[in-house]
Design a protein around this ligand. Structure first.
Ligand code: FCB
Length: 467
């Protein structure tokens, strides 16, 4: 029977900039994302992010929903510019108080808080003054900030995540320039990867020394890259893309070195003596964010990572059972592959899936029987169930998988896509801020209560689901 143990954590995730809004309330300083969406032509993003889910004002409603769904845990991020508006110096009391109330609210409802300390909203002052994570000193700034938050919340928060997806922040923000801070430089990409990893390692010690008994991890993305065609050239391209997208963070954290392919080029991460020791400080768990896979082809004239990853044609295909609204292929085997690799190459560390989920074009309808608002998101239910079945099979195969967090609790501001892409278990009407628990949210609540994948999917048959 597909039963998850009672200790397995079923959670949901979010991040500060994607849900909070209230960007100028209570002394918050601007972040790199505020500046990025202030550029001409980004009016829609700017108005989307200004309010987002209005979570800064409505946090108690969201905590109540987390409680009603029966979540074991909730992962949110702390906004660095609310705590240190300039990224350094004395903490802003009002910022700390906000997260302190949030933590208390979660604990009152028996939902374990999992704060992430950096989910991409770097204080703008650090970017302006020294190039943000391009500068080694930003790792020291992050260590200070981590210590401040751990001191304030560590009496109640036991589980900590340092940084969310150092690869994506470095790559989208500093190589492709499609995310904040909008830099396009291969060297910047390598600097930002390395200094975030260093920041992570330093923060692990800061958190542990401020918060007794803290369990600390990091959330790393892993997108398996497969060769597009069965040729040696495409296989090489895939190996290279895997090294620069996945190995680039998993290897330093878990093996204490970069993959050889990453350190072979003219441009290299700015490693100094002793860095790997800090970066590979043993963790209590590794957070894994998984969405999809990519395919790589040999493309010698296009430089660096994207170079080799096609990505293009598939993204143009319309939404279907096999492709989400983001254009991402539905590929649950990826989870099985990654977890096998973590058992083999990386020594089977404790893992928590800190993000998995999918965006679909949901719509709110009126349920004929009850007259109530209803979101019949059949595809999301199927997606979550199949992903969890993949996780179950990895557990059977010996993976030390301890929990899974759906991205996301509510629909939210999906970065460069704005509010248009919906990932939530809970629908948000951005005009009225009304929250409607989707069928997937109700299904997930059933699963959490029963811990059994099969029985919980039977909940569907009482709803509109056709599976
Ligand atoms: C991840 C991010 C998260 C969200 C999902 C869809 O890469 O960590 O903030 O945008 O993708």
């Amino acid at each position: 029977m597909d039963r998850f143990s009672d200790g397995f954590l079923f959670g949901a995730s979010s991040s500060a900039f994607q849900i909070e809004g209230s960007l100028d309330r209570d002394g918050r300083g601007p972040s790199v994302w505020d500046a990025f969406i202030a550029r001409p032509g980004r009016e829609r993003l700017r108005s989307d992010a200004a309010t987002a889910c209005d979570h800064y004002a409505r946090w108690a409603d969201d905590v109540a929903i987390a409680g009603e769904l029966g979540l074991d845990a909730y992962r949110f991020s702390v906004s660095w510019p609310r705590i240190q508006p300039d990224g350094r110096g004395e903490p802003n009391r009002a910022g700390l108080d906000f997260y302190s109330r949030l933590v208390d609210g979660l604990l009152e409802r028996d939902v374990r808080p999992f704060p992430t300390l950096f989910h991409w909203d770097l204080p703008l002052a650090l970017q302006r003054d020294s190039g943000g994570f391009r500068d080694r000193d930003t790792a020291a700034r992050f260590e200070d900030y981590a210590g401040i938050v751990a001191r304030a919340l560590g009496d109640r928060v036991k589980d900590w995540i340092t940084i969310n997806e150092p690869f994506e922040y470095a790559c989208f923000g500093h190589l492709f320039g499609t995310h904040a801070p909008g830099v396009k430089s291969p060297l910047a990409y390598l600097q930002v990867v390395h200094h975030q990893l260093l920041a992570h390692g330093r923060a692990v010690s800061a958190i542990r020394s401020e918060a007794a008994g803290a369990r600390v991890g990091i959330a790393l993305s892993w997108t398996p890259v497969h060769p597009l065609r069965d040729t040696e050239a495409d296989e090489k391209a895939a190996a290279r893309a895997n090294a620069f997208m996945n190995g680039v963070s998993f290897d330093p954290i878990l093996l204490g070195r970069y993959p050889a392919l990453v350190t072979r080029g003219l441009l290299r991460p700015p490693v100094r003596d002793g860095d790997f020791e800090t970066i590979s400080t043993p963790l209590d768990f590794v957070g894994l964010n998984y969405y999809s896979r990519e395919k790589a082809r040999n493309a010698p004239l296009v430089p660096f990572i994207r170079a080799d990853v096609t990505g293009k044609e598939p993204r143009e295909l319309p939404e279907s059972d096999d492709r989400t609204a983001m254009g991402w292929e539905v590929y649950h085997r990826g989870l099985v592959e990654i977890l096998a690799e973590l058992r083999g190459r990386y020594g089977n560390p404790p893992v928590i899936v800190t993000e998995f989920g999918s965006a679909w074009s949901d719509s709110v309808e009126t349920d004929a029987a009850t007259g109530r608002a209803r979101v019949g998101d059949t595809r999301r239910v199927r997606y979550l169930r199949d992903a969890l079945a993949a996780m179950r099979s990895a557990i059977e195969a010996g993976s030390d998988l301890r929990g899974a967090f759906v991205w996301s609790l509510t629909d939210n501001f999906e970065w460069a896509e704005g509010n248009a892409k919906r990932f939530g278990l809970v629908h948000v009407d951005y005009g009225t801020q009304a929250r409607t628990v989707k069928d997937s949210g109700r299904w997930y609540a059933g699963l959490i209560a029963s811990r059994v994948l099969d029985a919980s999917s039977r909940v569907l048959e009482t709803g509109s689901e056709d599976t």
